[in-house]
Design a protein around this ligand. Structure first.
Ligand SMILES: *Cc1c(COP(=O)(O)O)cnc(C)c1O
Length: 374
């Protein structure tokens, strides 16, 4: 499809190409200097003690659960209005999820009140997702976690560079998990990062990322070690040097690109106010990362028809998200769940194009197409 305005686009240039070429010519392709530099720079950027680059965020979420000792018999409270990986990662460990509702049409993040409603004697952790790059109510959630002795895992796939009360998202809880998938604010193709301030978690993640081994190829190459032991059941969740090199370049652009996303969001909001369209997150809390621009169609507007009309204008849209509890697999394993606010918002949600290289004219094109498609 030849989109006039795509949903997302990369901000890649000569720097990214040069970074990858340099790695190729170095002839060291995985878990080396670029990965260490990417991890160090990412940790510094967030003000976190430890950062581990992985091949995607789903692995980061999985390792977060494992490193916190979550497994069979445990429950993790999560939102349903998120990408399915948030829930899948919990299920990989043998634990179960409990779905909490969102705050409402004005704020699509998880409701602290409903988190409390879902707490049971089996609850081990709360996994929040900063929808669209907009901070969850972390102060309230942290208080609940402290009161009930629960861990907090942040699915920070949408929110690299976002903060709340001057504290970077991803460092509010015990573990923060980031995605560098192609359409995310920091893109490398497939990539992820796990950050934590906890030394015990870091030690486990370091081993679990690489087969449970006590030393790495890199250490042996450097002459630091010549053998290894395997002390637990680990995985191969490593990243390669090409993608770490891309990550370093993309990290340098992140703050200015997030600022561009904010400008575009403002232009959208101004143009779409008084159209009857619902605009979540109008009351900005903290400093969002503006990952996507979600709108809620007015009641009575047929979403499928709207999306088809937008397509006729060659404008790509998307839906964030079909709620997880409505998928067949989850209906089978978690029957009878209803989340009123999640379902109401998810039914009317459409995501409009948003990416840092989008021009003001692009925004205006999308806005006129939206008004003509209602
Ligand atoms: C993209 C995304 C993930 C998964 O990230 P991968 O790097 O593709 O594994 C998880 N959660 C949310 C909310 C996402 O948007």
């Amino acid at each position: 499809m030849d989109w006039k305005v795509p949903l997302a686009d990369l901000d890649f240039g000569e720097e990214e190409e040069a970074a990858v070429l340099k790695v190729l010519r170095s002839r060291w392709l995985t878990m080396g200097e670029s990965t260490q530099e990417f991890e160090n720079k990412f940790a510094t950027f967030l003000g976190a003690k430890h950062a581990f680059a992985l091949s995607n965020a789903t692995e980061a979420l999985h390792l977060a659960c494992l490193a916190l000792g979550i497994g069979v018999g445990d429950e993790v409270i999560i939102p349903s209005l998120t990408f399915v990986a948030t829930a899948n990662a919990v299920l990989y460990t043998g634990a179960r999820v409990r779905f909490a509702d969102i705050l409402g049409a004005h704020d699509l993040t998880i409701s602290p009140q409903d988190i409390e409603n879902q707490i049971s004697p089996q609850t081990k952790a709360i996994m929040v997702m900063h929808y669209g790059g907009f901070p969850c109510q972390m102060q309230a959630i942290k208080e609940i976690a402290q009161e009930h002795d629960l861990y907090i895992i942040e699915d920070n796939a949408h929110a690299p560079g976002a903060s709340l009360n001057e504290i970077m998202l991803g460092t509010w809880g015990d573990v923060g998990c980031f995605s560098f998938f192609s359409n995310k604010n920091l893109a490398v193709g497939e990539g992820g990062m796990l950050v934590t301030n906890r030394d015990d978690v870091a030690e486990k993640v370091r081993r679990l990322r690489s087969h449970g081994m006590t030393s790495l190829t890199w250490d042996r190459h450097k002459g630091h070690a010549y053998s290894y032991d395997v002390v637990e059941l680990g995985y191969n969740y490593r990243i390669d040097e090409m993608r770490s090199a891309l990550g370093i370049v993309q990290l340098q652009k992140l703050t200015s690109n997030n600022a561009k996303r904010e400008q575009i969001t403002r232009r959208y909001r101004q143009a779409l106010s008084n159209t009857g369209i619902g605009l979540p997150f109008c009351d900005v809390i903290g400093k969002p990362a503006y990952h996507i621009f979600p709108i809620l169609l007015p009641e009575g507007v047929d979403r499928q028809l709207f999306i088809e009309r937008m397509k006729e204008y060659r404008i790509q849209t998307s839906i964030h998200y079909p709620p997880i509890h409505t998928f067949q697999y989850y209906r089978q394993h978690y029957p009878g769940i209803s989340l009123e606010k999640t379902e109401a918002a998810a039914k009317q949600e459409v995501t409009l194009p948003l990416f840092p290289t989008m021009s003001a004219e692009d925004v205006d094109l999308v806005v006129s197409a939206v008004c003509a498609s209602l």
